[in-house]
Design a protein around this ligand. Sequence first.
Ligand code: NAD
Length: 490
Amino acid sequence: MFLELTRPELVRTQNLIDGKWTDAAEGARYPVANPANGERFVDAANSTSADARAATDAAARALPGWRATLPRERAAILRRWHALILANLEDLARIMSTEQGKPLVESRGEVRYGASYVEWFAEEGPRVYGDIIPQQQRGKRMIAVKEPIGIVAAITPWNFPLAMIARKIAPALAVGCTVVAKPAEDTPLTALALALLAQEAGLPDGVLNMISASRDAGVAAVADWLADARVRKITFTGSTPVGKHLARESAGTLKKLSLELGGNAPFIVFDDADIDAAIAGLMASKFRNGGQTCVCPNRVYVQSGVYDAFARRLAERVSSLKVGPATDDSVLIGPMINARAVDKIARHVDDALSHGARVLTGGRRLTELGPNFYAPTVLVDASEKMVVCCEETFGPVVPLFRFEREEDAIRAANDTPFGLAAYFYTRDARRIHRVSSQLEAGVIGANEGAVASEAAPFGGVKESGYGREGSRYGLDDYLSVKYVCEGGLD
Ligand code: NAD
């Protein structure tokens, strides 16, 4: 069986609350399916608001002790956690590929990537400096101190089951916050395995609490955190409508939020680009996780001088991508996460064809492989009338739009409510600066398709959200600044 693990006990199907693995309060469970065949392979705890409340109670009890530990003591636990994640890399990758569907080579990469955030924040935590403000009045000293914000609620999506939760939990723990977390309903197991390893690394009881839930039950459980005044911070990665819902519903207790939301990334290829590099960059950024990433190019704008040659060469590369289940080590594109995702992709392609697009390769479901497979697709003659232009497709589909002038490409690229990532390829150094400054996005790839790094600030503008993850900026969201004015010193 594929889920044969060196340490089978890494598969947890209960909640972690106050250091104990427990069933949901009402004892309910829900099925977790393998997207490659649509079959349930395990049942996980289906938590309710009672479990969410128990998690917050535990986090509240643990907070005073945890925030009082020295930053280097917290860092030592994070470093042990980092080492354990890497020591269990193969098991974690297998759990991830089984519940999420991504090829094993990508799952292994995600384990390393997620672990890199734990290591990074173990290093950054002890370097949270405050300020002594230059003296303004005699007899007074003004000091700015950074303090942990308190209990953090982390809610994450299914497309990066390990990395998204690691890059929230690690900075929160590093600065002395305690955490309640709910991974996505489709992919609870990778996150729960990560929580077990945190426990093995020596994290005290109650500092990290994690609950799983089906989609509907999860909404009710999270609602408890949104209303609870003890939870001071919501960190969320997921879709824009859900992010807006969390912002609205948490307003009653004015929590701090970081929202990493949906994208609609443009990818612009200018006539003067290195076409080989542009194709390599597009392949890397578009087809990771089968196109199910928030930063993957959704709209590809190609200048008319190179449009036809670019389309032909891209289609050759895309048609050679091997599609199949994660059990096959040579596969590069796995199944989509569920039937809803494949239906959306098919709807986008059908809509494009009905508005005049043409298929160069792909353009169909691969039902012979399983229920959730879609062929990597290249569409030419894409236009602004099509849904692929304004909605995130979240699948292996590349629509190619033609443009004539630089200003047309910038206008089209920015003509979206979203602003997460944007990419462009050119050999002109002045254009690199000009276009970088004009694109409305939080992350820019200039002659580069692989932008993710634990050392870089990641996050969006406009309706792609706010807050930054990774880098030294990634700590700010978990801190509040306290100003202390010492008087009577003269
Ligand atoms: P989603 O918004 O449907 O779900 C994300 C999480 O929110 C899940 O845990 C889900 O159970 C929970 N949730 C859903 N409705 C909720 C509600 N009403 N109240 C409380 N919790 C609720 O997103 P998804 O489909 O899992 O993920 C795909 C989306 O995530 C895409 O839009 C993608 O662009 C985005 N994403 C963004 C980033 C980023 O860093 N900006 C990274 C990865 C994915």
